[in-house]
Every structure is written in structure tokens, then in C-alpha cells.
Design a protein around this ligand. Structure first.
Ligand SMILES: Cc1cc2nc3c(=O)[nH]c(=O)nc-3n(C[C@H](O)[C@H](O)[C@H](O)COP(=O)(O)O)c2cc1C
Length: 252
């Protein structure tokens, strides 16, 4: 019992001493800060509000983390908001990135684009023609003018079958839109429908390469002479199907 009571007395004694010591250190630290703050000439806040002014810098620093984790909305940050970042994290981990119905974007900003079902067919007098755009107005001998907004993206013959290319070509003609050949070269089936064509030059240069695999200027010129080939597109690299690509051997 004696031992316990002397241990308790000793603990209180040293505890009190430690407390007084820490208090002393705190008072001295605050006094030093006060002196430093009132004598420095760099930070106005610290000079006018010695010691407490320092909290501003601390909170400014912490605010960044608080905002990021607690206060910032999913679509608020720049250059990439939280929704975009978490999409990228999921994709990097090969976790499903499918996003369900309902947008988290603000869709009230002027200029936002909507694709909506038309409850009733649009009347001719209400229909607005898309604005004409001109590609190569100042640079091309034959600039390309079009009003089409939705076109057919590059899908190479080889990846697509003959009837598919024929159907797309005819459909594009009817719809007044352009069709991209994809990197597999130009086939007779692309020309069948008579639509505008964009010839895609892929990394393997199918359709415009010589035997050494270099760009063949003569082939390129003869392609450009086709009335329907309105533009050339240079594909810089393969993204969707690495190692594969177009397989139009006849066009090599
Ligand atoms: C069968 C098929 C073949 C494709 N071939 C090409 C190609 O040769 N060159 C190219 O740039 N993209 C090619 N793509 C990619 C498409 O042009 C397009 O970028 C892709 O399908 C994404 O658009 P989507 O989401 O509307 O399908 C091909 C896509 C498909 C489905």
C-alpha cells in the first residue's frame, strides 16, 4: 500500500513538473513567435496579428485537403474533377467503368448539347439546317464543304465485310454524310454508293504504300483523283485494337 501511494505521489509530482515545464516551453515559444512576428517585415498579417496570424497559413494549407476530400463536389475541380479522376483510377485497375443512367454534369450551361427523343416529327418549317463548314478553305485546291454533323467513323474493309461497306456507302450517300474508309484502304465497295469519302492513312499505309512499305506518292495522287475521295486523314497511332488493324491485302 505504501509503495502504491508513494508511486502515485511520485507520478503526480513528475506530472506536475512536466506540465509546468511544457507550459513554460509553450509560453517561451509563443513569446519568441510574438517577437519574431512583430519584428519581421515580410508578412503583414503576422505583423498586425502576431502569433494568431500564423493560423491563416496553416488553414490555407489544410484547406486544400479539406476541400478535396470533404467539400469539393464531384464536378467542381480543375483540370480534372473527382468524377473524371475516379473513372481513370477504375480504368487503370481494370474495374468496370460503365456509368449508369443520369448525368452528374450541370446541363444548364448555355451551349450544352442535348440529344433528345423527338416526341413528334419536326415540321419542315421548324427544322434548322446545320451550319455549313468548310474544310481546307484557304489551303486546299478543292475545299470540302459540308453540313453533315453525324458521319461514319473509320472502319476498315477487312474489319467490315463487303456487304457492310456497300450498305454504309449507299446509306451515307442517302443521308448526305461522309464515310471514313478506315485504315484498310479504298475498296470498290466504298465507291459503290457514291458518298463522300475520307481516306484514312493508317500506320501501315495500306493502299498508299510501295513494296518497301514507304508512302507511294503515285498511289496517293491516284486516290486523290477519285471524285468521291474528299479528304485524307492521317491516323497517328492505333488505340483500340493494338497489333491488328485493317487487312485489305489487295490494296497493299
Ligand atoms: C469494325 C471496326 C473497325 C474499325 N476500324 C478502324 C480503322 O480502320 N481506323 C480507325 O481509326 N478506327 C477504326 N475503328 C474505330 C472507330 O472508328 C471508332 O473510333 C470506334 O468504333 C469508337 O466509336 P464508337 O464508340 O462510335 O463505336 C474501327 C471500329 C470498328 C468497330
Amino acid at each position: 500500500m505504501d509503495f502504491l501511494s508513494s508511486l502515485a505521489t511520485l507520478t503526480i509530482h513528475w506530472g506536475a513538473l512536466l506540465f509546468v515545464f511544457l507550459l513554460f516551453v509553450a509560453v517561451v515559444t509563443v513569446a519568441v513567435m510574438y517577437w519574431v512576428d512583430t519584428h519581421q517585415t515580410v508578412h503583414t498579417i503576422r505583423r498586425n496579428y502576431p502569433v494568431v496570424g500564423r493560423f491563416r497559413y496553416l488553414f490555407e494549407h489544410l484547406g486544400e485537403f479539406f476541400r478535396q476530400y470533404f467539400f469539393a463536389m464531384d464536378r467542381e475541380e480543375r483540370p480534372f474533377d473527382r468524377a473524371e479522376r475516379s473513372w481513370a483510377y477504375r480504368a487503370a485497375k481494370k474495374v468496370d467503368t460503365t456509368i449508369a443512367f443520369g448525368s452528374t454534369r450541370s446541363l444548364e450551361t448555355p451551349g450544352d448539347i442535348f440529344f433528345l427523343n423527338c416526341a413528334f416529327p419536326t415540321l419542315d418549317e421548324d427544322a434548322a439546317q446545320p451550319k455549313e463548314i468548310c474544310i481546307g478553305e484557304f489551303t486546299a485546291k478543292t475545299p470540302y464543304r459540308t453540313r453533315s454533323v453525324v458521319n461514319i467513323s473509320g472502319m476498315s474493309f477487312g474489319a467490315l465485310s463487303k456487304p457492310a461497306v456497300q450498305a454504309l456507302s449507299k446509306g451515307a450517300r442517302k443521308a448526305g454524310i461522309w464515310m471514313n474508309t478506315g485504315e484498310g484502304g479504298l475498296s470498290p465497295y466504298h465507291l459503290e454508293g457514291g458518298c463522300d469519302l475520307v481516306f484514312q492513312i493508317g500506320t501501315a499505309k495500306y493502299g498508299v504504300r510501295n513494296h518497301e512499305g514507304q508512302l507511294d506518292d503515285a498511289k496517293l495522287l491516284s486516290l486523290a483523283e477519285h471524285q468521291n475521295v474528299r479528304m485524307f486523314e492521317i491516323k497517328m497511332s492505333q488505340g483500340a485494337k493494338p497489333g491488328k488493324g485493317g487487312c485489305c491485302r489487295a490494296q497493299r
